[in-house]
Design a protein around this ligand. Structure first.
Ligand code: SF4
Length: 439
């Protein structure tokens, strides 16, 4: 069977990230005839899709929708317009092919997206390594495949059979030969490596526990992780990021990964997301010696009350202690993300945040980056429930258009910050950077 796996066209100029999910799928599809296309690498993405479909003549097209939008309140951009255009293009060029949607963005909104885009024949929620090959075996009854969304006889979208999270020892390593990494190396940290799936934490707004397994973590085998790092480096990649939701949970696995990298003598440069809850000298030292150059944290809240409301398992003192450990390593840089307007936050906390960022910027100079966001509301999260209770959104909203949670009563304080943000954003646009607002 001929299969085309294609990334969604972003619809604007952005850093192209290596399609790790498609590389896992490509490996899982074994003997099938599979072509993979990331049209975002082409100067003319539509033409890249058109010519590839004409050449491959696929029986099945898998479209990966990684994100619905930027999630950034100051840089709102939805990828759904180009997703819809791409579906029409695929249908025009391959009228008889089965169009299967998947990817992290799709997995958050499977029903809403299939209702909005009737050209999607069926969809795979969460991991696709088991579901897609099984779907190819059961094209006469896709609803029997765990994790596959289908339309019933009345056109209603439904999940045929719930999925079971994959046993990672059965998941093959991503096929980075069929999908080469070289085209992505023009910008830094575009290639990802996974050491685990899932997250045990329960942050108020977060969709990741839902995407990769709620309150549990599945670990990749240590040797396999280090083998993958070695292969990636042999292909010429010098900088990569560990895509785990939280690299240092469980701490011992993170420590073991670092020690194995050091033993193998690979000397890579990498970055990862960390939790302040599991930071200590032994771990940070091992990470730095294993090549970590950017420690990224998402405390989100600036006071204990908002940290509690956000579901963070630490206090503001713990945050300061964790960053003080990082400070002892001059090679390490720090990136911190905050959320403005979290429940429990008061006016004085926003001023505290502004002061904290200003002090850290001056003190750490080039070793410090931060972003301040507003929480995007995703369906099924505790934040969605809170937003419904407070009337921020109504039950009939499907949330495909981004809605943000703002703490009422903060507008007077937020207004000057908003204006400052917009000025920074305008400056970044002029210089060609569009998605991140560094302090
Ligand atoms: S924000 Fe990070 S730590 Fe919190 S639940 Fe999501 S992935 Fe886990």
């Amino acid at each position: 069977m001929r299969i085309l796996l294609v990334q969604t066209i972003l619809g604007r100029r952005e850093k192209a990230l290596y399609p790790l999910g498609l590389a896992y799928l490509k490996a899982a599809l074994g003997d099938h005839e599979v072509e993979v296309l990331d049209p975002n690498l082409s100067p003319d993405p539509d033409e890249a899709v058109r010519s590839t479909v004409r050449r491959v003549r696929p029986h099945v097209i898998g479209v990966s929708l990684r994100n619905i939008d930027t999630t950034h309140v100051y840089d709102k951009f939805s990828y759904l317009d180009s997703f819809g255009d791409q579906l029409r293009l695929l249908r025009d060029e391959a009228p008889d092919a089965l169009i299967v949607a998947g990817g992290a963005g799709f997995s958050v909104f499977p029903e809403a997206l299939m209702r909005r885009f009737p050209l999607i024949d069926c969809g795979i929620r969460f991991e696709g390594e088991a579901a897609l090959p099984a779907l190819l075996e059961h094209l006469d009854d896709p609803g029997a495949v765990p994790g596959v969304f289908v339309r019933d006889a009345d056109g209603r979208v439904k999940l045929g059979t719930p999925r079971v999270p994959a046993d990672l020892s059965q998941v093959l390593a991503p096929d980075r030969v069929a999908i080469p990494m070289q085209p992505y190396l023009g910008q830094s940290y575009t290639v990802g490596i996974q050491t685990k799936r899932g997250c045990v934490f329960d942050c108020l707004y977060c969709i990741y526990p839902m995407l990769e397994g709620s309150h549990s973590v599945r670990l990749h085998d240590l040797d396999r992780v280090v083998d993958e790092v070695e292969r990636v480096m042999a292909a010429g990649v010098r900088e990569f990021y560990f895509v785990d939701q939280v690299f240092n949970y469980p701490r011992d696995h993170a420590l073991a990964v670092c020690e194995a990298l050091i033993r193998r003598g690979l000397k890579p440069t990498w970055r990862a997301f960390f939790t302040e809850a599991q930071i200590d000298d032994e771990l940070v030292s091992a990470c730095v010696r294993a090549g970590c150059r950017m420690f990224e944290f998402s405390p989100d809240g600036i006071c204990d009350e908002s940290l509690r409301a956000l579901g963070k398992p630490y206090t503001f003192d713990d945050i300061r202690r964790a960053y003080a450990v990082i400070d002892r390593y001059p090679e390490a840089r720090l990136k911190i993300s905050f959320m403005m307007g979290a429940p429990g936050e008061r006016t004085r906390d926003l001023l505290k945040l502004a002061r904290f960022l200003a002090e850290e910027s001056v003190r750490r100079r080039y070793r410090f980056f931060s972003t301040v966001e507003v929480m995007r509301i995703y369906p099924g999260t505790p934040l969605h429930q809170l937003a419904l209770e407070r009337g921020v959104v109504t039950p009939d909203e499907d949330l495909l258009e981004p809605r943000f949670f703002k703490n009422p009563g903060m507008d007077l304080v937020r207004m000057p910050l908003d204006l400052g943000y917009k000025a920074v954003l305008a400056a970044l646009r002029i210089t060609g950077q569009r998605t991140k607002i560094p302090f």
